[in-house]
Design a binder for this molecule. Structure first.
Ligand SMILES: C[S@@+](CC[C@H](N)C(=O)[O-])C[C@H]1O[C@@H](n2cnc3c(N)ncnc32)[C@H](O)[C@@H]1O
Length: 310
């Protein structure tokens, strides 16, 4: 089973060039996935002494353990949320510089495997949780959530223009039959969206559910704050995001810490009261080039940003 899992690591060359340099000794890879980035990083930088690798998906950890067997002594595998970065790193002896990598979201096999319940194109349990022990998580949310809350989630996380309408339909449908599978939700959306808007509506509603089920935006925001406190001079953090809500958080958080702090004086002038503590290494986000897009169309929405502690 596990030999069949597949995911092409995104923006690999850009990560190796911008986030890494010869002196890096410790890596915190919050999203190990199928170990594609890990393999490239460990191959190219043999001087790395410690590779801390997290994932919520136990199948991915199992697969990567085998794939990365030859670096076993350097790797600490953690079946946990990357938001626990502080507790994890505090328990270990960290050689500096440290590089933190977050390659957010899902792997290709999450989309391809019906059992994960991420895709409206496959019929499977309506789960969508990265943590594979939380079976049916998205169904539970739809079956138990208040109509107003469901509507708010569809609007905020899916940008769904008819959020109220779909929340109503969801609540009406669950009174007849509880949601169990991706097909249950897909059929409800297809029945209620005009044909030319079906695919977009499916994408918006499935995205909104994935974000709420995994609390993705709060987890990202809190993890970035923790990372800023952990990083020391010369350490770096790089994040690949895949949708605008994530990228906005990364952009804002990176921009805040890499700008001087100013205060307004009596004359409405702004005086610098503290110099920035980080340097932005990517003025603009890095996106996949033409050849990567041809090789891996799924990389198209990726945006990579890197920050270094001064
Ligand atoms: C895009 S994939 C990473 C792919 C990986 N870089 C590679 O080269 O194979 C994202 C991975 O992060 C995991 N993940 C997502 N959010 C997580 C979180 N908050 N904590 C831990 N793992 C998470 C997912 O289960 C998935 O395996």
């Amino acid at each position: 089973m596990s030999e069949k899992l597949f995911h092409v690591p995104v923006l690999k060359d850009e990560i190796l060039a911008l986030l890494f340099f010869d002196e890096v000794r410790t890596v915190f890879d919050g999203t190990l996935g199928l170990g594609g980035h890990a393999e490239a990083i460990l191959s190219q930088f043999p001087q790395i002494t410690q590779y801390v690798a997290c994932d919520l998906d136990s199948q991915h950890l199992e697969f990567s353990k085998k794939r990365l067997e030859k670096w076993d002594e350097k790797i600490t595998f953690q079946h946990t949320n990357f938001s626990h970065i502080r507790e994890i790193l505090e328990q270990l002896q960290i050689d500096r510089p440290l590089a933190i990598l977050l390659d957010l979201g899902i792997c290709s096999n999450h989309v391809d495997d019906p059992a994960k319940g991420f895709s409206f194109e496959k019929d499977g349990p309506l789960s969508m949780a990265f943590d594979d022990s939380r079976e049916g998580a998205a169904a539970k949310f739809l079956n138990a959530g208040r109509e107003g809350h469901i509507s708010e989630i569809l609007k905020t996380y899916g940008d769904e223009p008819r959020a109220k309408f779909f929340a109503r339909k969801i609540v009406q449908a669950r009174e007849e039959k509880q949601f169990e599978t991706t097909k249950d939700l897909r059929e409800l959306i297809e029945k209620n969206a005009p044909p030319h808007q079906r695919k977009k509506t499916l994408m918006r509603i499935f995205q909104a559910l994935r974000i709420v089920v995994n609390d993705e935006l709060t987890v990202l925001q809190e993890t970035l704050q923790s990372a800023f406190e952990i990083l020391e001079s010369g350490d770096r953090i790089g994040v690949i995001s895949y949708h605008s809500l994530e990228d906005r958080i990364v952009k804002q958080c990176f921009s805040t810490v890499s700008r001087p702090t100013t205060e307004e004086t009596d004359l409405s002038l702004h005086t610098v009261v503290a110099e920035p503590t980080f340097r932005l290494l990517t003025r603009k986000p890095i996106a996949p080039g033409q050849s990567e897009l041809l090789r891996n169309p799924r990389s198209r929405s990726a945006r990579f940003r890197v920050l270094e502690k001064i």
